[in-house]
Write a protein that binds this ligand. Structure first.
Ligand SMILES: NC(=O)c1ccc[n+]([C@@H]2O[C@H](COP(=O)([O-])OP(=O)(O)OC[C@H]3O[C@@H](n4cnc5c(N)ncnc54)[C@H](O)[C@@H]3O)[C@@H](O)[C@H]2O)c1
Length: 450
């Protein structure tokens, strides 16, 4: 602890090693908390207190440091893989929340892994459909983690294994357990592996607006193993590719080119996990790594969304309003938002026609939707803007829009006139396509697919 005083030194005295201060002295005290008293091995903090010297007021600033690690790995649950055993053998058990479908497919492998390492496993299988993304599910998970369940300690990382719905709700439950309990995320869908999994944005849905309640709480470790993609429905692989396109368009032109060249093959062979086709394994790893790095470069370093220059919000400005309104798959709703955003950017003179068409064609080459008539509901679109402006802090709409392949800027406002013109242009463009821009399997069902 260090003290800086603006007035005479006589104002402080030490009693039993504790520094006492006079209320009438302007001073500044900085705390470096001793390492031996740490609550958790995952988080650190630092604080300052500045007294105004008027005997009535003082100001506190505190910073909180989170370290989040991301690793692309092979065979997470192969007994020879030491990563999880190293973490959990020290704690004498592993408390895990696993997506119900993933438990059916991989539960045996998960149990076998912990048995092989003599680590007791407490596993809760949780159904995690989009319709389960509710405060009730979070509450149920807290029952499992809390005092009446496993009584998880504040320094015990919960293992979460599943898709984006589970990472959102289980991450939120971990954030609420003891106010902040760490978790390790294994994303088993493409969306969860490269986006929702490492994301700090845990949440649940509201009635009309997606992801409207939540907290910022990233996993301390994200493990990405594309082998899980082998058992995904192809529709879910396609859905996840939308989030990769988003980073390619706004941040990484090499990733964009890789998707143009190999995207359809990666979709077909589920990122080189099907049919013994390992030829594209290196490309699959590079696409995953680039998408993750690009996303976390922006999202991970702006963990509490203290700034709104967020390229990864491309395609996510109007879609949180129209996605639940017509029950679209998240990825399709994002590509509709991105394709519309490309047309809007072209209308605004930010993007040339050739790059607009490359963006729309890339989405279409993967069977992702680029148009839905819900865009023509101007009231709903304007309401979406209003919601989004509020969510982004009322400083502006800050809609990320492409300025080329691999770059973007932020539209502070979009007038209703411009919005309507852009929708009309986009409709005209898309009705010329044989499928009118519908793509394949755009709607949610209970199972998440048509
Ligand atoms: N927090 C964020 O930053 C963020 C980012 C992107 C998306 N999201 C959210 O993620 C959700 C979508 O996630 P999703 O696309 O992963 O969907 P999902 O979690 O609904 O998973 C899709 C389906 O696949 C099943 N499944 C999971 N892994 C499987 C596997 N390996 N093999 C076979 N089936 C498997 C699940 O049981 C589910 O039925 C949306 O709610 C979206 O809002 C959040």
């Amino acid at each position: 602890m260090s003290i800086v005083q603006a007035k005479p030194h006589s104002a402080t005295e030490a009693v039993n090693g504790n520094t006492l201060v006079s209320p009438n002295v302007k001073q500044f005290i900085e705390f470096d908390h001793p390492q031996k008293y740490r609550t958790s091995e995952w988080y650190t903090g630092h604080g300052k207190i500045a007294a105004q010297g008027d005997g009535r007021s003082f100001e506190i600033t505190a910073s909180y440091t989170l370290k989040a690690e991301v690793q692309v790995v092979d065979g997470i649950f192969e007994p020879s893989n030491p990563i999880l055993a190293d973490v959990y053998s020290r704690r004498g058990r592993c408390v895990a929340i696993v997506d119900q479908t993933v438990n059916e497919l991989y539960g045996e492998a998960i149990r076998g892994y912990f048995e092989a390492h003599n680590i007791p496993l407490k596993l809760m299988a949780c159904r995690a459909w989009e319709s389960d993304k509710t405060p009730e599910t979070v509450h149920r998970l807290l029952g499992f983690l809390g005092k009446d369940g496993c009584d998880v300690s504040r320094n015990e990382p919960v293992l979460v294994v599943g898709g984006g719905v589970l990472s959102d709700v289980a991450g939120l439950a971990c954030a609420l357990q003891h106010r902040r309990t760490p978790y390790i995320m294994i994303g088993t869908t493409v969306v969860a592996a490269i986006d929702a999994g490492p994301s700090p944005r845990t949440c649940t849905n509201g009635q009309q607006f997606k992801n409207s309640m939540g907290v910022y709480h990233p996993p301390v470790l994200t493990l990405v193993d594309r082998k899980f993609f082998a058992t995904l429905d192809t529709g879910h692989v396609r859905n996840g590719m939308a989030e990769i396109i988003k980073m390619a368009v706004t941040d990484d032109p090499i990733l964009f080119k890789l998707l143009e060249d190999y995207g359809p093959q990666l979709l077909e062979n589920h990122f080189a996990t099907l049919g013994g086709d390992n030829e594209l394994a290196d490309i699959a790893d590079e696409v995953i790594y680039r998408a993750l790095f690009s996303y976390m470069k922006h999202e991970g370093t702006n963990m509490f969304e203290t700034y709104q220059d967020r390229p990864h919000a491309y395609g996510h400005t109007w879609s949180p309003r129209f996605e639940p309104a017509v029950k679209l798959m998240h990825g399709h709703s994002v590509t509709i938002g991105m394709a519309f955003g490309a047309t809007l950017a072209q209308e605004m003179g930010w993007l040339n026609t050739e790059d607009r068409d490359r963006i729309i064609n890339l989405c279409r080459s993967l069977g992702l939707s680029v148009y839905h008539p819900i865009l023509e509901d101007l009231d709903l679109m304007l309401e979406g803007q209003k919601n989004m402006r509020r969510k982004r802090g009322e400083g502006g709409l800050w809609a990320p829009l492409p300025t080329g392949i691999g770059s973007c800027s932020y539209a502070q406002e979009v007038s209703s006139g411009l919005l309507q013109t852009a929708v009309e242009t986009h409709k005209e463009l898309c009705t010329a396509f044989s499928d009118e821009g519908k793509g394949q399997q755009m709607y949610l069902s209970d199972l998440g697919l048509e």
